[in-house]
Design a protein around this ligand. Sequence first.
Ligand code: SF4
Ligand code: SF4
Length: 313
Amino acid sequence: MHQFIKDTALELGFDDCGIARAEHLAVDAEFMQLWLKEGNHGTMHYLERNFEKRTDPRVLVPGCKSVVVVILNYYHTHAQPAGSPKIARYAWPATDYHTVIKAKLKLLEKKITDTYGSNIVNDSAQHSFTDSAPVLERRWAQKAGLGWIGKHTQLISNKSGSYCFIGVLMLNAEMEYDTPVADRCGTCTRCIDACPTKALNGKSLDARRCISYQTIENKNPIAPEFRELLSGYMLGCDICADVCPWNKKRAIPNSTHELKPTNEISEWNADDWRNLTSEDFNRTFKKSAITRAGYNKLKENIHFVLKNNELSG
Ligand code: SF4
Ligand code: SF4
């Protein structure tokens, strides 16, 4: 079953797949409790909820015995015109990655249930996830042998570096498991040194200081102390990933046609973004991950980035 699932995941277009035993994540639970207590999550209060479910898949999905983890590379080398407010690579595809991964996970589940029977999943509870439920996906990927969590707090996949999405399918059958991957950051501190807002400390991320949080999750305007530190980004940030030597070694352009970048992002210059209307926004980004920020937030972010460009130009 173990090898069948891994082979099938690759046939469906995932870049890697590993399987871990479902168990309580005691170390992560302790770490998260402290991280939340310190307020590192800012206004992302949903992270405080469902703590038991987040740290034990058997509570989230009754009957769960195994956690199947899949990876989908989203790296691409497209570039925006010079001076345009920047968008992190993950948000370039015209189709939101949640949609792409959910569809592929559904196919994987069907192939598994067709072969091993429908009892292998708990149909009365949601059992497949991608960045949308209380699941510590990066930890499960590490336990399933797919990579390790770097000092920039992202998964560094054995196959494609850290530009990858993670999907999870929980099964209520035991099987053979993969070997967890040990940390390979060593003494490197490039991501910590490169972060313009000092959001990384080598062990964790202060989300409140992260450009991704400030430009997407923080529904208030970007905090004044960070406005001049945006480094050109209006949505998300790739700085810590771009400097990682593992990405320089491993990141290769993805070949998933559903993740094809939106043409407008490659073409729009600073004025196009400055003049973005809500109609343009809805028409162009309706199905993309950019909608998470919302039109008004994006316009504010654009304003701050272009103001920085004017001051430095
Ligand atoms: S995404 Fe950007 S702001 Fe956030 S930790 Fe990485 S470098 Fe820092
Ligand atoms: S830049 Fe260095 S420390 Fe940071 S994640 Fe990559 S290897 Fe690890």
